[in-house]
Ligand binder design. Sequence first.
Ligand code: ZN
Ligand code: ZN
Length: 200
Amino acid sequence: MASGLGLSQCSICQKNAGKCMCDGCKNYYCVKHFNQHRQQLSMDFDDKVVRTHDELMEQMDRANQSKAAASELFDEIDRWEIVTIDKVYKAAEQARHQLTQLLTRDKDAITNDFEIMTKEIRNRRDEDDFDENDIERLRQKINQIQISLQEFIRPTKTKAIIVTNEQIDWNRLIYVEKEDERIGECIEKNILIENLSELN
Ligand SMILES: [Zn+2]
Ligand SMILES: [Zn+2]
């Protein structure tokens, strides 16, 4: 501390002249206590800076090693890909099967109606057996089969299947995110693979 006479006393012993001033704390020290102050600073530097820096370096090394664990996450994505492709393949197969059955059933019904009508028309023509009522009834029957045939040709059922497919949000089926931003002993555990696929 500076004395009233302009001389400084050592801030530790309050006795010897403070010939050395520390630039950091602005205190004056005698040579002996200045050296002691420097030793204390040196210990603080080792304890508060060097040691924690070394700890951080170890954490960095462990973080780099945990890259190997990331391959398990890639494996998980690969497995999801295979399982999902298989589910999509099976769903498409099932849809093809359903469509084939649907079309066959409708086509069989139309063909059956048509054959019955053909027989009746030929019989009535051969036997000359018809009146105005038969003409009107058979004309309506021909119209009805024509409408059924046009509905069968129009691919409305195929469109219905495609609309259902477009409702799948492919970006949300599987995605990767960090659980939080902590860096530490287990970086690999902070990464989640969200598999929201329910393609059963
Ligand atoms: Zn001193
Ligand atoms: Zn100091």
